[in-house]
Design a protein around this ligand. Structure first.
Ligand SMILES: NC(=O)c1ccc[n+]([C@@H]2O[C@H](COP(=O)([O-])OP(=O)(O)OC[C@H]3O[C@@H](n4cnc5c(N)ncnc54)[C@H](OP(=O)(O)O)[C@@H]3O)[C@@H](O)[C@H]2O)c1
Length: 285
């Protein structure tokens, strides 16, 4: 991947960091995003030393804040005139109902809206790379969501559940993938969604209640390593076989079916329109 620029959100930890190391080993220039300067610097030292590649840097962004996303997008646009690969990897799991500073349910606001906005704002730089690739980290958890109540983003009518809201955000990652893939097909840019597997990271320990944390810690020994968890993202970001393949959901580097409603183009269009309303900006096809 010499000469290619790769941006990985949440590249300071877990699957994102493992993806960064693997793509740095392939010779790409890596830009990770992180919400903490200290974590970014520590991760960069590790990525450089594990890969032997010095072309690794960071941009700070809190994906739960649209203001922060807009600032980071400006920085990325001037730092990377061409973005060959964007891996929308960052994600959070939150047990109790929390709202972002913009007033959106935290997992929807971070996992979906943060990436929806960031991707659209840096799209010209992605287009400038020619045959670019976008990889969105979703999850098998999306399967618990069968419909989106776009009039109840903050669970004012329906009861909140951490898993329910996480599942919804991962379902949105697939709908976003489908609509974006359609919009970018003419530009030769591929967009795919990934379930990485059950991966031994700290995602369900950071913002989870004791019950979820305990369950996660008990399950951890049975989970796969971050290197294995990163394999599908790496495949979609770099393999010649994945060239030109777009709009799909992938597990273990193979195309699989996401659930039925996540394949419905009308659902994807409705989410896109709602997302535009929530970020106060229209992104024409
Ligand atoms: N682990 C699994 O079994 C599994 C299964 C299916 C899907 N996934 C998906 O895989 C992706 C990576 O997760 P992981 O397991 O590697 O988790 P992780 O180790 O917790 O890494 C998540 C990354 O996202 C960042 N992040 C979280 N909230 C953020 C925010 N508001 N702004 C900016 N960055 C933020 C984290 O930053 P901090 O380090 O500061 O927290 C971290 O860099 C996620 O999208 C997740 O939903 C994971």
């Amino acid at each position: 991947m010499k000469g290619k620029t790769v941006v990985i959100t949440g590249g300071n930890a877990g699957i994102g960091k493992a993806t960064a190391i693997a793509l740095a080993k392939k010779g790409a220039e890596i830009v990770i995003t992180s919400r903490s300067e200290d974590k970014a610097k520590t991760a960069i030292a590790e990525i450089k030393s594990a890969s032997g590649n010095e072309a690794v840097s960071y941009v700070l962004v809190d994906l739960s804040s649209q203001k922060s996303v807009r600032k980071a997008a400006e920085e990325l646009k001037s730092k990377c005139p061409q973005i060959d690969v964007l891996v929308n990897n960052a994600g959070c799991y939150v047990s109790e109902l929390q709202l972002t500073g913009d007033g959106l349910e935290m997992q929807f606001g971070t996992n979906h809206i943060g990436h929806f906005l960031l991707t659209n704002l840096i799209l010209d730089n992605i287009k400038a790379a020619g045959k670019a690739r976008i990889v969105n980290l979703s999850s098998i958890a999306h399967k618990s969501t069968r419909e989106l109540n776009l009039d109840d983003i903050n669970y004012e009518k329906d009861e909140y559940g951490g898993w329910k809201a996480y599942s919804r955000s991962k379902y949105c990652n697939i709908l976003f993938t489908k609509e974006l893939a359609k919009r970018l097909e003419k530009d030769g840019i591929t967009v795919n969604a990934v379930h990485p597997g059950g991966v031994r990271t700290e995602i369900a320990e950071k913002n989870a209640n004791w019950f979820t944390k305990l369950g996660w810690i008990v399950m951890k020994p049975f989970m796969i390593t971050v290197e294995k968890g990163a394999a599908t993202s790496i495949h979609l970001a770099s393999s010649p076989e994945a060239e030109g393949v777009t709009g799909h959901y992938w597990v273990r580097s193979k195309q699989e079916w996401s659930n039925k409603p996540s394949q419905d183009p009308e659902n994807a269009k409705a989410l896109w329109k709602k997302s535009e309303e929530l970020v106060g900006q229209v992104f024409p096809a």
